[in-house]
Design a protein around this ligand. Structure first.
Ligand code: IPE
Ligand code: IPE
Ligand code: MG
Length: 237
């Protein structure tokens, strides 16, 4: 359907839950709980702001290396969040899909993922992608293997890459990456899709990131002069 998921593709590295919690005398798990509350607010704000696709980095493949108790708490939290958010997504016209490997997720979580994706599949206002067990480099490697030596256009490879990580919708390059928590790196997130993304690094820890911060980031995106390799005078202002 034309017009579906119009609006920019915003990708957020939701970093800083642990440091925020420690700074408030709380456990890291409490930080992740607070991070989930922020994610809920930001999803609703993104819908209101006209974001077309929102990709949230929730758990990287390297995050498996964290202490077992933190990983278990995070997996429980994802499952609870998915169950709790499905109805709200449906009401807001949000199509929710999970990006990343699935074979290493607990089977109960995998099952919930499939259910929630089916329930929200009619959403056409915003596509919400939550990256779990996600590694951009692994995804590129797996997509390259799937080519089996064939040649392919960039767009074709983008679609193959998305399908490799279970996204069946047409691939979209990222327009804006926001990373909270003060670090200025991509930590293996959407390396192919961010070729021309605008980057915004903010010091705010993720639990304290607000809808107003998102609005400022989108305003900043609108003011940027994106040239995609052209000379400035070739680009309409
Ligand atoms: C981001 O917050 C959430 C996940 C990686 C799961 P962190 O847990 O990385 O928080 P910091 O960076 O330690 O503060
Ligand atoms: C990136 O954050 C992953 C997520 C936000 C889910 P990390 O906290 O794992 O990244 P590094 O270790 O600081 O690069
Ligand atoms: Mg971190």
């Amino acid at each position: 359907m034309s017009g579906t998921f119009d609006g920019p593709h915003v990708a957020i590295i939701m970093d800083g839950n642990g440091r925020w919690a420690t700074g408030h005398g709380l456990s890291r798990s409490a930080g992740h709980e607070a991070g989930l509350r922020t994610a809920r607010n930001i999803v609703e704000a993104a819908v209101r702001e006209g974001v077309g696709t929102l990709t949230l980095y929730a758990f990287s493949s390297d995050n498996w290396k964290r202490p077992g108790a933190e990983v278990t708490a995070l997996m429980r939290l994802f499952r609870r969040a998915l169950v709790g958010e499905a109805k709200r997504c449906l009401e807001n016209g949000v199509r929710l899909t999970i990006l990343g490997r699935r074979d290493r997720l607990p089977s109960s979580l995998r099952h919930t993922v499939e259910q929630v994706e089916a329930i929200t599949s009619t959403g056409s206002r915003m596509h919400l992608r939550v990256a779990v067990d996600y590694s951009a480099r692994d995804a590129v490697l797996r997509a390259a293997e799937a080519m089996r030596g064939d040649t392919m256009s960039r767009d074709g490879f983008s679609d193959l890459l998305a399908r490799t990580d279970h996204d069946r919708l047409p691939a979209r390059d990222v327009d804006l990456v926001i990373r909270t928590g003060g670090e200025q790196r991509l930590s293996d997130f959407l390396l192919w899709e961010c070729a021309y993304a605008e980057l915004l690094f903010v010091k705010t820890m993720w639990p304290e990131f607000t809808a107003a911060d998102l609005a400022i980031a989108l305003e900043d995106l609108r003011s940027r002069n994106r040239r995609f390799g052209l000379a400035p005078e070739q680009v309409a202002s």
